[in-house]
Design a protein around this ligand. Structure first.
Ligand SMILES: [Zn+2]
Length: 271
């Protein structure tokens, strides 16, 4: 397997891989009978495509759960990629600035051979096809259902893998980490409805794992309903006043805490 000494790979269900970058960003590879689906690309310090193609010989399609900078690092490695229509015009943006801090201050494991933090850029990708509500991606004996789940960003989708009963939520459901509702694209009022949908999908199908771009696969699917309730309560003003905390590059954010759940948000997201 070609991890380039950089990616951390776990197969948490048959033919179902989480590809981790720097302990911060997760991508996924789902392999079916005829093709494979690569979901998200981290920030692109290594080659996600090479890694995927070292795990499977089947053709690999690349799709994004959303177009934030820390998910688009591999879009340039494919001729074109699948993304929600609301993210179609975001693939050519220059996201390098978002990663500069990280690559210049990283003191963990060595970067892959040939990587130069001083000249690092995230090259743009090309929109290939729309991936949205109602789509079923058939990998050959393995069907992946697509749902529009806005809230974290207008182009956010979630995917449910019927065969292995895995729900991948992009950055929407992050067990054990703060929900990022302070990012410029976030809309607090959309979180509740999107999460309730995912709760129903997970419960109706008896999902085994809920996954995200930043947390490890979680087998306690009840977390989705509990988080839905928490975001609904916060949106309804039931947890005022929030703690005002200094959140690095995000500036001062409103922090709400309930048990093991945490939300970061701000006035921009309350629209
Ligand atoms: Zn995001």
């Amino acid at each position: 397997m070609d991890t380039q000494g950089w990616y951390d790979v776990i197969e948490f269900a048959p033919d179902t891989w989480q590809l981790g970058e720097a302990g911060r960003w997760n991508m996924f590879l789902l392999v079916g009978g005829e093709k494979a689906l690569s979901l998200d690309g981290g920030i692109g310090v290594g080659s996600v495509r090479r890694l995927c193609e070292s795990i499977t010989d089947l053709p690999v399609e690349h799709v994004l759960t959303h177009t934030h900078w820390d998910h688009v690092g591999a879009v340039h490695e494919w001729e074109s990629v699948g993304v929600h229509p609301n993210g179609e015009d975001k693939l050519a943006n220059d996201y390098t600035a978002g990663c500069r801090d990280f690559v210049q201050t990283w003191d963990g494991k060595p970067f892959p051979e040939g990587f130069d933090p001083d000249t690092f850029t995230i090259p743009p990708g090309k929109f290939g096809w729309a991936v949205q509500e109602g789509d079923v991606i058939d990998l050959g004996g393995r069907r992946i259902h697509v749902y529009d789940t806005p809230g974290h960003s207008p182009c956010s989708i979630s995917l449910y893998d019927e065969r292995e009963r895995v729900l991948i939520t992009g950055d929407l459901v992050k067990p054990g980490q703060p929900l990022f509702i302070q990012v410029p694209t976030a809309v607090l009022s959309q979180y509740g409805p999107s999460m309730r949908r995912l709760q129903r999908i997970a419960e109706d199908n008896d999902a085994r794992f809920v996954c995200s771009g930043h947390t490890d696969p979680c087998e306690d699917i009840s977390i989705i309903g509990r988080m839905a309730q928490f975001v609904e309560d916060v949106a309804a003003g039931a947890h005022e006043p929030p703690e005002k905390i200094e959140a690095g590059k995000w500036g001062v954010v409103d922090e709400y805490v309930s048990g093991d759940m945490k939300i970061w948000t701000n006035d921009n997201a309350r629209k």
